[in-house]
Design a protein around this ligand. Structure first.
Ligand SMILES: NC(=O)c1ccc[n+]([C@@H]2O[C@H](COP(=O)([O-])OP(=O)(O)OC[C@H]3O[C@@H](n4cnc5c(N)ncnc54)[C@H](O)[C@@H]3O)[C@@H](O)[C@H]2O)c1
Length: 343
């Protein structure tokens, strides 16, 4: 059986997630780990019994000397481009954590390098593997709710993500971190591209806690074929919210509707002597010691389709166009005017 030898760049929270999946997948293995903080790379390598000579502090060195077939780019949002371009130039396929990158110029640079070197790439837009999104998508394709007409999508995080989890939150944005998923989901459900955006944002709460980034965006999207959507992305949901994410999604079609409320539906509640919470049943968890959940399925898909040669369910165009929509939303919020998305 083909086994894809993976190099992982970025040994932080999500780099460890990638390592778990490759380690669990019969068609993959973790062959190298790289982090500019080499102690972190070593610590992750130790967890997976990877020898020291497969640990790197510099991705270029890893590309030069490690025996790898493909790379997982799991560095902070603003640090994807150089690694992606270098992977393409080294002839390595790659999966890149969302977002593709954070500027038009850098997105163009990645697309050019991928096409010139004829490598395969996928951006990890894992919401497409969530039953909360994939079931409505299938239903829409089957004609159950008519033509998607209007949507409301809230996808927020608790404050802790910006203040504690991500040391680089001030160098990114809730739009790159979660809004990127929102735009991809809406594009996919509407099967259409966004033409205009109008966004209003507020800041101050996170700045008051020492993190210089926007608190929340309220955005209206108009699709080319007439669909409209309202999108909320914030990083200031109270830490006592039962889940890290706060999600609500309504999609109304010409003949029906989906109403989705995973965060406050109380499907499972856990009470101990000291706390009450609602365990995550969808995104990522372990059943009989095996990683399960939609955030893992997309990473498995990268390996499965790299081996089979079938196209990935998220194309480079999906990631590029999503990036362009986010850039337009940022411009709209800054200029307080509606903005046309330029592709
Ligand atoms: N944390 C999550 O829940 C989550 C979920 C999905 C996707 N992601 C995405 O995954 C990516 C990584 O996020 P994270 O939470 O793991 O961040 P993190 O800060 O935990 O880890 C990032 C690691 O990358 C390393 N790094 C930075 N620049 C580097 C470079 N040029 N070369 C080598 N190593 C470098 C850092 O030293 C750090 O160890 C981001 O794009 C993020 O949006 C994160």
């Amino acid at each position: 059986m083909t086994v894809i030898k993976m190099g992982i760049v970025g040994a932080g929270t999500w780099g460890e997630t990638h390592a778990f999946i490759y380690n669990d997948h019969p068609g993959a293995e973790v062959a190298a780990i790289c982090d500019m903080n080499v102690e972190r790379a070593k610590a992750l390598a130790d967890k997976f019994n990877i020898p020291g000579h497969h640990v790197f502090a510099d991705h270029k060195e890893m590309l030069r000397s490690a025996d790898i077939d493909a790379v997982a780019i799991v560095t902070p949002d603003f640090a994807h481009t150089r690694i992606a371009v270098d992977c393409a130039n080294a002839g390595k396929h790659f999966i890149i954590e969302k977002p593709l990158t954070t500027s038009r110029e850098e997105a163009d640079e990645i697309v050019e390098a991928v096409e010139r070197n004829n490598v395969r790439m996928m951006v990890d837009l894992h919401s497409r593997w969530s039953p909360l999104v994939a079931i409505p998508k299938k239903s829409i394709v089957d004609g159950d709710i008519g033509k998607p007409y209007s949507a409301y999508y809230r996808l927020n995080d608790i404050k802790w993500v910006a203040t504690d989890l991500l040391p680089w939150a001030a160098k990114s944005s809730i739009l790159w971190f979660l809004g990127y998923h929102s735009v991809d989901v809406l594009r996919w459900l509407f099967d259409d591209e966004v033409e205009h955006v109008y966004s209003v944002s507020r800041e101050g709460v996170l700045q008051g806690e020492g993190v210089d980034t926007v608190d929340i965006y309220q955005t209206i999207l108009e699709f080319k074929n007439g669909g409209i959507a309202t999108m909320e992305n914030g990083w200031i949901t109270p830490n006592s919210n039962p889940n890290v994410n706060d999600m609500k999604l309504n999609i109304t079609g010409t003949k029906g509707m989906f109403n989705i409320d995973p965060t406050h539906s109380q499907m499972m509640e856990r009470f101990t002597e000291t706390k009450a919470d609602r365990p995550d049943l969808l995104v990522r968890h372990f059943i009989h010691g095996k990683p399960k959940g939609f955030a893992y399925e997309s990473i498995r898909h990268f390996i499965d389709h790299l081996i089979s040669g079938e196209p990935f369910y998220v194309s480079m165009e999906d990631a590029y166009n999503t990036t362009m929509v986010i850039l337009a939303i940022m411009e709209s919020a800054k200029t307080r005017t509606p903005v046309n998305v330029v592709y």
